[in-house]
Each structure stands twice: as C-alpha cells, then as structure tokens.
Design a protein around this ligand. Structure first.
Ligand code: ZN
Length: 390
C-alpha cells in the first residue's frame, strides 16, 4: 500500500510540474527541452535552432548574432563590418568600431535599406551615438539609407551623429541627393559637426586630416584631386580614407574609378594594406593595377549583389567583374562578397563580413558562408581564376 501511495505522489508531482511548466514557459520553445530532460533524448543543434528560428523571430536574430560576433572581439579590437543592405540592389554600408567609437561609411542602397541597416548598426552601436559618419559621394547606393522612409527612419533620424564628413564636390541634382542634404543639415542643426573631405585634408575650420579613434588607431583622410577639381564622373569625387592600427592598414576608396585611383596613388604615400574595400563594388572600371600594385591587399571585401543585372547584361562586367578578379588575383585570393542575386531576389553570400584585429593578426568572420569568392558555385560558373593568380 505504501508503495502505491508513493508512486501516486511521484506521478502527481510530475503531472503538476509539467502543467506548471506549460503555463509558465513559452510552450513551443521549452517543451522540447523539457521533453529532452525527462526522457534524455537529444535533438541535434541544427534541428533545434531551425525549429526556433522558424517559430521565433528573436531566436533567429540571436543565432545570427553568434556567428556574426566572434568571441575574441573585445573593446581593444578594431572591427570592420561590411553590412548587407536588405535588397537586391548593390550598395555600400560599412561600420567600423573600436570600443564604443563607431565610424559609419555610407548607407546604401535604397531608402528602404534603413529597415535593415539601422537595426544591424544598433546591434553594435549600443549607445546610439555614431562618432563619425562618412558619405563618400552623392549616389543613391551610398546615401539613401541616411534618409530612410516614413516607415523606416534613416541613419540621421535613428542615431546621434557627431561628426559628418562628406564629399566636397558633386554634380548631383537628384531628389535623393536633396533629401540627403536636408537630413544632413537637420542633423547639423541638432548639434552635429559637418566637414567636407577637403576641409579635413586642409586641417581647416576645425576639421582634421587625422582622427584618433582609440589608442594607436587612426582614421586618415587621404588627398583626392577631385575634392577640388571638377569631373563628369561622380564616382571620382569619393572621399578616401585610410585606417591604421600599428602596422595594419585598411583602405576605403568609395567608388573611385581609374582616373581617381591614379590621382590617389600620385598624391599620397600609400602603404601595403591588410584590407581593401573593393573599388566601386568590384567594377572593371576601378581596381586598377596602378593602385593594387602599391597597396598589395591581403583581404578584399566587395559590397554588392553578386551577379545582378542592375547595371549591365554583360556577365563579365557584373559585380564583382572578371577584370576585378584578374587584377586582385595577383595579390590575394581572400576575396569576400556580401550578397548574391537569386531567382527570387537576393541571399547572403558571405553575408555580414567582419574583419577584425587587436593590432596583430587580422581575422575574417562571416555571418553566412566563409568560402572565399573563387570557391563559390557562382564563381565556378561565371568567372575564371587567372593562371598567374596566387
Ligand atoms: Zn556605388
């Protein structure tokens, strides 16, 4: 009799415990765990994460975080993140961070990209302050996300931007350019400081050629002739920046084209670089050997929607172009690409690409595949690696 009573009590406790758990926990999420604990069955990690990402947006966000945030990124780490822009249109958006100091270079590709890039930036910029905001030139795929939409407020409406540095010259008359100027001016009205790249180069009006982001880490505005000489090619107006951490250097040239690259090489003493953000999204009109032979990049990151016909029907010239591959292949095969076109729209190729270092070795971490470009299926179908390549 005692045995029966004891068994009855145990069963009752388990039943009450189960009911309590069902009432108090999120059933979908916890039932599997509870089941596993009671019966000792195991679900593979991928199965359970697939389940939770299907049914819970938040869980899917945090699983993306973990692949995106390597454990060895600390406050002393310089982290450069090439962000995806949330659609099938090519555009640039790069967040550079050390400690709680952030630099945002460009905000492409469309006004609606704000819906994707603002939350992505918030994940890293937790104090809501972007210390430096750079707009390289006046094209939509670089400035639209600063503006945003009524549904998705842009960068200027979402963050406190301290110092804004942008192009000195432009031929732009587009509505997106006018919207950018009005949002930028409102941010200045609200307390931001605005300089052109030329003011920075000249150390004029309080602007500086070199900004210290952290101990031993600098952001340097390079000289581009087209800060003060007019050209019909808007891309050549791009603001050019070199970041340095000890002997590690990182180069950003916006959409600078062949002429601009030649001027850049002529007017600056450029070092060999660990990282080069591919010129003009990996276009055949940029990434010339005149520049590459000087900087000899070890890592090249391309911000684009790979294989898109947005700008051309000629597959060779689609971003990242065959000519770009041919030129970069002399120096490195470590080429990474953010996004790829698909039949139904777009998908992550490498996804968010994070290049990071504490001043020594430079590492790369990708939120999607970590394959280098030449190992991707798209490359094998559409590009060739030159015989002289590394
Ligand atoms: Zn562009």
């Amino acid at each position: 009799m005692k045995k029966i009573i004891r068994t009855f009590i145990i069963v009752l406790v388990i039943l009450l415990g189960t009911i309590w758990a069902l009432v108090n926990f999120n059933v979908d999420e916890k039932l599997g765990d509870l089941f596993n604990k009671i019966f000792g069955t195991s679900t593979s990690a991928s199965d359970s994460s697939e389940h939770s990402s299907d049914s819970h947006d938040h869980s899917s966000d945090s699983s993306a975080d973990s692949s995106d945030k390597p454990a060895d990124i600390t406050t002393d780490t310089l982290a450069i993140r090439f962000l995806e822009v949330g659609n099938q249109y090519t555009g640039d958006c790069t967040l550079i961070q050390i400690g709680d100091t952030e630099v945002l270079i460009d905000a492409g590709s469309r006004k609606g990209s704000a819906e994707t890039i603002v939350p992505a930036i918030r994940e890293y910029c937790t104090d809501g302050v972007l210390e430096y905001v750079i707009a390289t030139h006046a094209h939509q795929d670089h400035i639209a996300g600063f503006v945003g939409t009524s549904k998705a407020p842009g960068i200027f409406d979402s963050f406190e931007c301290k110092t804004i540095i942008d192009f000195s010259l432009t031929n732009a008359t587009s509505s997106i350019y006018k919207d950018y100027i009005s949002k930028r001016d409102a941010e200045v009205e609200a307390g931001a400081t605005h300089y052109t790249a030329l003011q920075c180069w000249n150390n004029a009006d309080g602007a500086k050629r070199s900004y210290t982001l952290a101990d031993g880490v600098t952001m340097n505005v390079l000289y581009n002739t087209y800060y003060e000489v007019e050209t019909s090619d808007e891309n050549d107006y791009s603001v050019c920046l070199l970041f340095s951490q000890g002997s590690n250097h990182y180069l950003f040239t916006g959409d600078l084209e062949e002429k601009g690259e030649a001027e850049l090489v002529k007017n600056n003493t450029l070092p060999k670089v660990k990282l080069f953000k591919a010129g003009h999204h990996g276009s055949y009109t940029a990434n010339t050997d005149a520049l590459l032979s000087v900087i000899q990049p070890e890592i090249v990151c391309v911000c684009c929607c790979c294989g898109s016909d947005e700008y051309t029907d000629n597959v060779d010239n689609m971003f990242p172009s065959q000519a770009f591959v041919n030129n970069v292949a002399r120096y490195t095969d470590r080429i990474y690409v953010t996004t790829i076109v698909t039949e139904t729209g777009f998908a992550s190729l490498n996804g968010t690409i994070t290049v990071y270092s504490d001043g020594g070795a430079v590492n790369v971490s990708c939120s999607a595949s970590s394959d280098v470009f030449k190992d991707t299926d798209w490359f094998k179908k559409n590009r060739t690696w030159p015989a002289y390549g590394v």
